[in-house]
Design a protein around this ligand. Structure first.
Ligand code: NAP
Ligand code: MG
Length: 499
């Protein structure tokens, strides 16, 4: 039994940051909301405010979009090598302030510091570096048209002022994933982070200025979705909205964007299947992967493997291992070194997940482990035990709807045809995982699963070079990889008559 727990000590820089009332970044200036309104961002491990943040609304969005418009032509005309240097400097500063960024993310979101520091901040820096390399690599093409006497070519031009609306689950990564390609392509940007986790976006804004990115190129408007977020998605001055969040809000954003035919990219929710065939080479490794597929980030992960399909021959063994391992996971404050799972993001999210657990219980599914909110020293935070349901009906709400919490549904299956049909039965299509030693089966499954990303004998891997996005109601367009550069550029075709 553990008696002492090493706890990360909050750095002086973070303490100082939290003592300041945080403002909006517009045109290189830190401004209060025009109404003067603020809101508290909470630490989900304690339920207590961390600091107060400006509540920007439509008027502040107007000012930020105007600043982004003013900055656009000079930024677009900045030589690509110079844009690269600035974005690399930005990435360097993220690296220099890595510990601080990880601490802010842990405090604001609740996630384990260990993961924020060793994984997420590196992912965000890696993305920024990857996109920092793009400005000098953007190209058009020439075309072999059949009409004689023409030279026809394409140019890649910035789309214009972009808006990024991001969720709370991986705030810094989501911000970097949008800032990087938008700025690399010569666009300017207004970022609206989630109300629950605005802090790393604000710190990024400071670092962007310190890196020398000109005023107005990156603006950060904190505030609420129904005010600041909605104003951005309706704004006639915004040419493109990049959104990551729930399917429901994604639909509202697409409707709003239709008014002015904005470019829209949507990274939405999922209910991703992870399928274990009974020929898996290493059952322990497969069960461990399934465990983390659902429980990492306390299940608040768009690609969470929340539907686990296990072939009959290994079903009992996998379920037993999962239950044993889930019981060993340490749920606690993200700043403690021993913590595997932090709290859920908010009281609302906790209540929502608890509602699903209750619905699951009443649906006749078997609650194998977990299900309860944790009390004692954790009673003020939003901590939930890792939860596993077995014998879940395919049409039960817990089997069909995105819960976005540490709740796994386990299903038994007999054969390949059956599991493909069941895995593909939902409107979502974000991710899927398959564990098998049969090479042909792996490729057959990869081809037939409805998912924007399929992981074979692994799960939840990302790289800035590899595109990511969803099919069906899980999204529209792709982020990451060279593909995202298409989303942040317009293609112009030029016909030249050559006499
Ligand atoms: P959310 O409620 O959809 O919020 C996402 C963002 O949209 C927040 O910044 C939110 O602002 C804003 N927003 C809310 N209502 C809006 C409106 N009417 N107009 C414009 N913006 C609005 O999602 P969330 O609860 O933060 O995040 C969880 C969801 O994100 C899950 O469904 C998850 O699957 C999805 N997600 C998807 C991916 C992916 O890559 N596919 C990655 C991560 C998360 P406020 O927070 O201030 O309301
Ligand atoms: Mg918070």
């Amino acid at each position: 039994m553990m008696t002492t727990t090493a706890t990360t000590e909050i750095s002086h820089a973070v303490t100082e940051f939290l003592q300041r009332e945080q403002r909006l970044l517009i045109d290189g200036e830190w401004l209060p909301a025009q109404t003067g309104a603020t809101f508290a961002t909470l630490n989900p491990a304690t339920g207590k405010p961390l600091c107060y943040v400006a509540a920007g609304d439509a008027a502040d969005v107007d000012a930020a979009v105007a600043a982004a418009q003013r900055a656009l032509s000079a930024w677009a005309a900045t030589p690509p090598a110079q844009r690269e240097r600035l974005l690399h400097r930005f990435a360097d500063l993220m690296e220099t302030h890595k510990e601080e960024l990880a601490q802010l993310e842990t405090l604001d979101n609740g996630k384990p510091f260990r993961v924020a520091y060793n994984v997420e901040i590196n992912v965000a820096i890696g993305q920024m570096r990857y996109y920092a390399g793009w400005p000098t690599k953007l190209t058009g093409e020439t075309y072999a048209v059949s009409s004689p006497g023409f030279h026809v070519y394409t140019r890649r031009e910035p789309v214009g002022v972009c808006a990024a609306i991001t969720p709370w689950n991986y705030s810094l990564v989501m911000a970097a994933q949008k800032i990087g390609p938008a700025l690399a392509a010569g666009n300017t940007l207004v970022l609206k982070p989630a109300e629950q986790t605005p802090l790393t976006a604000l710190r990024l804004g400071e670092l962007a200025l310190e890196a020398g990115i000109p005023p107005g190129v990156l603006n950060v408007v904190t505030g609420f979705g129904h005010t600041a977020g909605a104003a951005l998605s309706h704004h006639p001055g915004v040419a493109k909205v990049a959104f990551t969040g729930s399917t429901e809000v994604g639909k509202a954003i697409q409707r709003a964007a239709a008014e002015t035919i904005k470019r829209v990219s949507l990274e939405l929710g999922g209910k991703s299947p992870l399928i274990l065939f009974d020929d898996v080479e290493d059952l322990d490794a497969a069960a461990e992967a399934a465990l983390w597929a659902i429980f990492s980030n306390s299940g608040q992960n768009c690609v969470a493997g929340s539907r686990l399909f296990v072939q009959a021959g290994i079903y009992d063994a996998v379920l037993e291992r999962l239950a044993t391992r889930a019981q060993q996971l340490v749920v606690g404050p993200g700043l403690e070194a021993s913590t595997d799972l932090g709290p859920l993001i908010s009281a609302e999210q906790l209540a929502r997940v608890q509602r699903y657990i209750e619905i699951g219980r009443r649906s006749g599914a078997t609650l194998v482990i977990g299900g309860e909110r944790l009390g004692g020293r954790l009673a003020d935070g939003y901590f939930l035990a890792p939860t596993i349901f077995a014998h879940v009906a395919d049409n039960a709400a817990i089997a069909c709807e995105e819960i976005f919490g540490p709740v796994l549904s386990v299903f038994r299956f007999e054969d390949e045809e059956e599991v493909i049909a069941r895995a593909n039965a939902l409107p979502f299509g974000l991710a899927a995982g398959v564990w098998t030693q049969n090479l042909s089966r792996a490729h057959r499954m990869a081809a037939r699963l409805k998912a924007g990303v399929v992981w074979i004998n692994t799960y939840d891997w990302f790289d800035p070079a590899a595109p990511f996005g969803g099919m069906g109601e899980s999204g529209l367009g792709r982020e990451l990889g060279r593909q995202v550069m298409d989303a942040y550029t317009e293609l112009k075709t030029v016909w030249v008559k050559v006499e």
